[in-house]
Design a protein around this ligand. Sequence first.
Ligand SMILES: *Cc1c(COP(=O)(O)O)cnc(C)c1O
Length: 379
Amino acid sequence: MTRPNIPFIDLATQQKRIRDKVDAAVTKVLNHGQYILGPEVTQLEKEMAAFSGVKHAIACSNGTDALTLCLMAKNVGPGDVVVCPSFTFASTAEVVAQLGATPFFVDIDEDSYNLDPAKLKAALSEAKTAGKKVVGVISVDLFGQPADYDAIEPIVRDAGVWLLCDAAQGYGGVYKGRNVGTIGDFTTTSFFPAKPLGCYGDGGAIYTDDDATADLLRSLLFHGKGSDRYDNVRIGMNGRLDTIQAAILIEKLAIFPEEIVSRNAVAERYHNGLSNIVKTPRIAEGSTSVWAQYVVRAPGKDRQAILNHLTAAGVPTAVYYPKPLHQQTAYKNFPQASAGLPVSEAVAQDVFALPMHPYLDEETQRYIIEQVIEAVRAA
Ligand SMILES: *Cc1c(COP(=O)(O)O)cnc(C)c1O
């Protein structure tokens, strides 16, 4: 067999499917010319709010700014401590440090890769005893699976702090009957092209049920505007979503529910083909993942040998994440729970991600599964 050309994420097939609609939608924006906060932005916000069953969806510039805007809405600044996981994309902690506050790293649960509620609880009480001014918790729905909110919410509530859900990878998921977007004080997402719901550039959104918070966020993302556009009432930022990206996202959102079903079918096929050779992901009972990544582990095996074998067989892979934040140069001096982060450190050594997108056909997937089995056996 010739070496197949398998994409890690296939955005081209999706584009082919909706290209006519996207062309028409972009042309419409070019014709009306409202490139900033045009009607498509409002339409997208309404459709996202309806899709998630949340009162307000606020489109913004990207997933990182979405997090920053939430922290700004909570007046986070120097002296404040925000608890977050370390096994995540840099933005989760970057936004905290960017505002002069301190990220405080807590370990994850080995099965879900999300914040470990027991460790979160211990860290919050430890921080309190140490006199740290913890103001909030950022949880992450890593790889598309919602964190364990039934356990996390009461812990956060008892600590008297806010909960921000970073659903850059988890938007579209469901946690025990509750849509991602409706959980916590607010939820953010990213429309970076490779995310489960992506645009053709940068984009993001914030979801909240609170009217006053929504107003505040809309002001913050527009330079702190007041009701009079030229009397800015607070320090904000330029955090708007382009109208063209909103127009594209309207077409992508229309097929997103179907794509989530397809992603779950792909995940199920991987699980059936691979669960006795690698550690496949486990999704909590009653929850739905949107499978931003399909991440497996082969503990005790030589990961690099597995990846080399797969590369040679034409199967693309990626490692999310080879180094947790608390071990990275820019973040290693920030505080961490005194119990350390052994799970984050261990999984970083043996995780790897397989091709995952809604258009992965069964024959190609069979080939990928065969190659993974061979690669792991040989490693
Ligand atoms: C992608 C991502 C972000 C940042 O989103 P951008 O739109 O790229 O700024 C934040 N958090 C997590 C967990 C992510 O995966």
